[in-house]
Design a protein around this ligand. Structure first.
Ligand SMILES: [Zn+2]
Length: 257
């Protein structure tokens, strides 16, 4: 197992070497979800961002925001705020997959929720808030997409390779691709080998033209639930990627200019 783990990192290195050989930059970005208040876990997360000088986009739940988070982020300038739905409440019909932005709640109510959430974050974080919507559970009713620009959003971020860079006019989508948490065992780790395989697959698909090369590879974390194994992997990953000359970490401002 150990040898396999080591090999996985070597393979990731070889893939990135191919980018370097072609003079190409492999762009990455980092999103963390579900923030509402400072905590030991958030402190640890912010510490990793600072230590490796990696910008972090923090998806904050507006209706559950505690004012202490505003102070916490003030000095931590590598961290920007995105909007994580409104209340992270499930409105899915019985038996359906969890969904806040759709399901049994009327579209007009969802728009009102999102507008209110937008105002909360804008007033709390001023220009540290970026008008990018991160739908809870990475799901949104398609009907809402064309309404987001009017609320003020210029971006959206969910999970897995995007279908379109612009799912609605003026709305740039940049997703995350690797979520190292094993949700069937809450807070557990999917494992080094599967996690790195997802990264290599995305990089290879972009490099060979099978996938949209302009979409940066996104790492998604959940500071409140991840266990020690996920934290360890995250640290290793930040170090490994930051050490490789082909890698550039993009911040929210660069992605959603
Ligand atoms: Zn969430």
């Amino acid at each position: 197992m150990k040898t396999l783990t080591l090999k996985a990192w070597q393979w990731l290195g070889s893939e990135l070497d191919k980018w370097a050989d072609k003079g190409q930059t492999a762009n990455f970005w980092w999103r963390d979800d579900d923030a509402t208040e400072p905590s030991g876990a958030l402190d640890k997360l912010a510490g990793l961002s600072y230590h490796w000088n990696v910008p972090l986009a923090l998806a904050v739940i507006p209706s559950r925001l505690k004012p202490e988070l505003i102070d916490f982020l003030r000095q931590r300038t590598l961290i920007t705020v995105l909007q994580h739905g409104y209340a992270h409440e499930n409105h899915a019909a019985p038996g359906q997959r969890k969904l806040e932005l759709g399901g049994t709640r009327a579209t007009v109510k969802l728009i009102a929720d999102l507008e209110q959430g937008y105002q909360i974050l804008e007033q709390s974080f001023a220009d540290r808030f970026y008008p990018v919507l991160v739908p809870p559970w990475n799901r949104i009713n398609d009907k809402l997409l064309s309404c987001l620009r009017e609320i003020g959003f210029t971006g959206i971020s969910t999970m897995k390779v995007r279908r379109d860079a612009y799912p609605a006019p003026g709305l740039l989508q940049v997703n995350t691709h690797l979520d190292p948490v094993n949700w069937r065992h809450t807070g557990g780790f999917i494992g080094v080998y599967p996690a790195i395989a997802i990264l290599i697959q995305h990089l290879l698909a972009k490099r060979t033209g099978y996938r949209d090369i302009d979409e940066p590879t996104g790492i998604l974390t959940h500071h409140l639930v991840q266990n020690d194994a996920v934290w360890r992997f995250l640290e290793d990953l930040l170090q490994f990627l930051s050490d490789h000359p082909a890698v550039t970490w993009l911040d929210t401002t660069t992605i959603w200019r």
